[in-house]
Design a protein around this ligand. Sequence first.
Ligand SMILES: [Zn+2]
Ligand SMILES: [Zn+2]
Length: 355
Amino acid sequence: MQAHAYAAHDHESPLAPFSFERREPGPDDVAIEILFCGVCHSDLHTAKGEWGGTIYPCVPGHEIIGRVIAVGGEVTTFKTGDLVGVGCIVDSCQRCASCHDGLEQFCENGFTGTYNSPEQAGGGNTLGGYSDRIVVRQGFVLRLPEGLDPAAAAPLLCAGITTYSPLRHWKVAPGQHIGVVGLGGLGHMGLKLAKAMGAEVTLFTTSPGKEADARRLGASDVVISTDKAAMAAVAGRFDLILNTVSAPMNLDPYLRALKRDGTMVMVGAPPEPHKSPAIFEMIMRRRSIAGSLIGGIAETQEMLDFCAAHGVASDIEIIPIAAINDAYERMRKNDVKYRFVIDMESLKDVASLAA
Ligand SMILES: [Zn+2]
Ligand SMILES: [Zn+2]
């Protein structure tokens, strides 16, 4: 089926209108008309070739909310008209131990990303959500629960699950002290989700100007991380610290802020390594540094249901697709609160102009 999109054609040109063919839905496939797509930092890095390995033309987008327009004959869980989501993963091998455990993000044969990723069969390269339609196997399609705003739910598919999964894995519980480092797309979801799980949440930030917003989003405390006295005052306080920053930093002050047996989970991927942490800080109170990557499909559904039950969604700014290049420039300056979401209706204007 014909799809209209915005694509990067090389690492420097602005994204521009692009048309291509999606596969016709097979027996196990769901065809989706895309309503909204969130704009993740990964989109920008991939479109601009900053992580290497970008295959052009590249259609980014892995925070997709849409409506089912057709289903294959073996699809039992979705029907035409359903509101659904598609996140960062559209396929995996389904045979390895990780897939067996519902941890498709750790598929030992490599999961298929929603864009710029080799397909499991057929040898194609996936094209993502900055488009009007997508075709996805039913096992990788999420149900949008009642009560979630479709646009504000889109960023849950990447920013939401990336922060929800470690909070769940490390069993955040009411009354625990949770730190969130950095207030961007990931950090603002971390604050909201940890608060909704009943934790006492503290934001670590270098920007004093973010305090009021952090408190509105669920933080009961804000620590300016460049203030040595303020950092020393919270030593030994936190059960878990969710570090969302994707720039190299000194990890030691955060290690000192952990309790005995506390863990700092890294979900931001810096282009250069962090300075090596002081192992002494880890030995003395059996502290850990860990990493976490998005979440599996079942856990992503659990996260959406949790968000609907607790009234949690992303703070968004809706843009037409023609504004995507400006949005990228603003993301480079951290000038977004806290996620751009493309209204895909705007693609129809572009497509009719191009026709
Ligand atoms: Zn993402
Ligand atoms: Zn697998």
